[in-house]
Write a protein that binds this ligand. Structure first.
Ligand code: 26W
Length: 775
């Protein structure tokens, strides 16, 4: 037996005194992970290092991807089989879900790509005790439970007791302890690091206090410290104006900077002008932006630099990525609240504001631009403005998004610093999102073009030679069918025996639940199809299963109402024998990275239907494309670049463009559309006419009103569902008809796979390294 297998046996024996055959899953999981860890050491990083500061890292399940990258996946499978286990045993181990959605998953893809290509990039974040909540449905309503992800142990995290630092707040001082996780590049040559900080009380146990009978105070101190990293905020796109959230942000950025400064001092002493040549810090959205005044503070207060010395160092070190144009998601902190968290940092925000004022004076700025060029304004600190001002680069995450940043979100800042604005179109790692989750399609590709694509996704272009090869297309369809059957089996177990039909088209919408993503529009189109089938006006419909996966922020009423609505549609349709051989609707529970790995390879149609100008990029769209689904989508985010690459003829594009929406916005009258279009009226009325029941919660009525009446804070139908309804239904039915020509449709699917090379995060990370970090 070899090293790896022997190590597993040894850990099982040492830690639990058992053999593999006696082990339960958690024991096996820990032993296999530790055995894999044993073969690793963190790479020596010379030269400039990238530091990815992010409040979220949505890693998913680590064991299989780490084994894949180490080349141990097959050996592990054999070992498990020999000991009477299925290779899938670890599917019961929870994901590492320390993130909400796109932004956190992007961070995970970047780490994988950098390590694979030997780019020294380390992640810095928070070791939440509880990650994103688990979701289940009760009577079609979302319920949440805690994500106790550490219950199976954390074999990949190494506690760094000796590298702990302290972080000071207005009302408490805590210890920050790093847990380092290896980020293993494909091939195992580079091992970078993800450092997640955990908050603990200053002293493990204060015996003096204990002796003084201050036991309660010691307990209290522990609770107050641990609270800081207790739980990930489940809000996606709406900032929680909460003190604790700002505490989390300051906690991990201050700890991370302290450890970087320590490392720097050991190497270079006090010659801080060299700092930006040692580290490039990328700020993942505004969440870590408080790092900017904190570094300024450390340099000036602890190392006696002047502002004029420190500011250029800070500016050259940081760069900022924006992930959303939704105005309500741009973080602002009340000065008064800021002062209750990190009062020592505030004077450095003021110094930056003063420097900005001087610059505005020198530059002869237009009067009308001045109000927006304030970091502190109206008693609030605008974190995005702070980031643009005190960093050297600001980027959006898809071409159109980066353009909108310049024209709509931060136009005054763009006029002042045009040279700072960049685009870095998002990407995804093909290791997890093809090699790992779709080994069947990977095999198909390898047989034709070899496996170079695993580290060079542009090689997929060579598949275009097979786009008209009937045998290849037939095999491609057979693989899609296998992946559907695998999903059916998973769904049967996890969705109360639901019998998904693998002969149906699988039409998939998976992403966080948000009004702008328009899951409600998808729901309306399904109802429209349902009624048309019942009426007999739609006779040539190819049977379709509509699959949804999404979590709603627990406090987001409308999002929860939409989940209930779709679950009620599912109930209506499954109870109707007239449509059961034509339609299925399923909202899967607890959609997460691991569920995505099952859904994506099985999808025929990828729903990317956000209102043009609202989705910054999207990355699920890229994963579905890579796995050979056609995009049914709007010209929004990266969809635009997807059809640029794959061809409009291989996808289904519909709806108003960004420019058309802008044109329309002042005269838009959804009520008129509702009144003049009976199809629209019929589906919208199901919200209030008793067709579907929200259990007297008023949720459906609120959705109805949001579309037709509006409320104090927005106009009716602010996301233009009714505007796009007809062209959406038309495009959906066109795809549905096209599917019947199997050969032509699979040509489109394979064309999407073949042209997905651009969307590798390998490309994205290289662009960051070259154009922002100087690595
Ligand atoms: C503070 C509240 C808050 C929470 C989360 C504000 C903003 C966010 C994120 C920026 C939301 C997010 O995940 N954005 C997504 O980022 C992805 C990666 O760039 C993009 O692909 C998605 O389009 C964007 O919605």
């Amino acid at each position: 037996m070899n090293q790896f297998e022997q190590q597993i046996d040894q850990y099982l024996d040492l830690d639990y005194g058992i053999t593999a055959r006696q082990a339960i899953v958690e024991q096996l999981y820990n032993a296999v992970s530790k055995a894999a860890m044993k073969s690793l050491s963190f790479s020596e990083q010379s030269g400039k290092k990238g530091c990815y500061f992010s409040a979220e890292f949505l890693l998913g399940r680590l064991i299989y991807s780490n084994l894949l990258n180490l080349g141990l996946l097959e050996r592990c499978r054999t070992y498990l089989n020999q000991n009477g286990f299925d290779a899938g045993v670890f599917e019961s181990i929870d994901d590492d879900a320390l993130g909400n959605g796109g932004l956190g998953r992007l961070a995970a893809c970047f780490l994988d790509s950098a390590a694979t290509h030997g780019i020294p990039l380390n992640g810095f974040g928070i070791r939440y005790k509880y990650g994103l909540f688990h979701q289940y449905f009760q009577d079609g309503f979302q319920k949440e439970t805690a994500d106790d992800w550490l219950k199976a142990g954390d074999p990949w995290g190494i506690r760094g007791e000796s590298e702990a630092v302290t972080v000071k707040f207005a009302d408490q001082t805590v210890r920050a302890i790093p847990y380092d996780m290896p980020v293993i590049g494909y091939g195992g040559n580079t091992v970078n690091r993800l450092r997640l900080w955990q908050a603990e009380p200053l002293s493990a146990f204060d015996f003096e206090q204990f002796n003084l009978q201050k036991y309660d105070e010691a307990v209290e101190e522990r609770i107050r410290a641990e609270e800081i990293t207790a739980v990930l905020y489940p809000n996606d796109d709406t900032p929680a104006g909460k003190q604790l959230r700002l505490k989390q942000q300051y906690f991990f950025t201050s700890a991370s900077l302290q450890s970087l400064v320590k490392e720097f001092l050991q190497k270079h002493g006090e010659s801080f002008s060299h700092f930006p040549k040692e580290f490039a810090i990328q700020l993942n959205d505004t969440h870590p932006v408080i790092a900017i005044p904190e570094l300024l503070r450390i340099l000036m207060e602890e190392h006696q630099l002047s502002f004029d010395e420190a500011f250029p160092i800070v500016r050259d070190t940081f760069a900022y990525t924006n992930h959303t144009i939704m105005a309500e998601a741009l973080e602002k902190w009340e000065v008064s609240l800021f002062l209750t968290v990190a009062p020592q940092v505030y004077p450095y925000v003021v110094l930056l504001q003063n420097a900005l004022n001087r610059e505005i004076k020198e530059r002869n700025i237009e009067q009308q631009d001045k109000a927006a060029l304030q970091i502190i304004s109206g008693g609030q600190i605008h974190m995005a403005r702070l980031a643009v001002y005190a960093s050297h680069a600001t980027n959006g995450v898809a071409k159109i998004h980066s353009e909108l940043l310049k024209s709509n979100v931060l136009p005054e800042w763009y006029r002042m610093y045009p040279e700072r604005f960049q685009n870095k179109t998002n990407g995804i790692t093909q290791r997890r999102w093809l090699a790992l989750c779709n080994q069947e399609l990977s095999g198909f590709i390898n047989e034709r073009i070899g496996n170079g694509w695993v580290t060079d996704l542009n090689q997929l272009k060579r598949l275009t030679a097979y786009l008209d090869d009937s045998a290849s297309l037939a095999q491609f369809r057979e693989i899609k069918r296998q992946k559907k059957i695998q999903l059916c089996n998973h769904v049967r177990i996890h969705e109360y025996g639901f019998e998904l039909n693998p002969d149906f088209i699988f039409d998939v919408q998976i992403k966080r639940l948000h009004e702008y993503k328009r899951q409600l529009l998808n729901a309306f189109s399904i109802l429209d199809i349902y009624f048309a089938i019942k009426d007999g006006t739609l006779t040539d419909f190819t049977p379709t299963a509509f699959l949804f996966g999404a979590k709603a922020a627990p406090g987001y009423r409308r999002a929860k109402g939409i989940i209930k609505f779709i679950n009620e549609i599912a109930r209506l349709i499954s109870a109707d024998p007239e449509v059961k051989d034509k339609l299925q609707v399923l909202f899967v529970q607890n959609y997460n990275v691991s569920y995505a790995e099952k859904l994506i390879p099985a999808a025929d149609v990828s729903e990317q239907i956000s209102t043009a100008g609202t989705e910054a990029s999207g990355t699920g769209n890229m994963k579905l494309m890579l796995n050979g689904a056609v995009t049914l989508g709007t010209l929004d985010g990266a969809n635009i670049e997807i059809v640029e690459q794959a061809g409009e003829e291989n996808n289904y594009i519909f709806g108003a463009t960004v420019d058309e929406i802008a044109q329309l916005s002042n005269t838009y009258h959804p009520k008129a559309l509702y009144e003049s279009n009976p199809r629209i009226r019929r589906v919208v009325d199901t919200l209030i006419d008793g067709t579907l029941d929200d259990g007297d919660t008023g949720l459906f009525r609120e959705l109805y009103d949001s579309l037709l009446k509006g409320v104090s804070w927005h106009k009716p139908d602010q996301y233009y569902l009714l505007q796009d309804f007809e062209s959406y239904c038309e495009a959906k039915l066109r795809a549905n008809r096209d599917y019947r020509n199997a050969e032509e449709f699979s040509h489109k699917c394979l064309a999407n796979t073949a042209r997905a090379g651009y969307f590798s995060s390998d490309r994205t990370v290289r662009e960051y390294a070259q154009e922002i970090w100087g690595i």
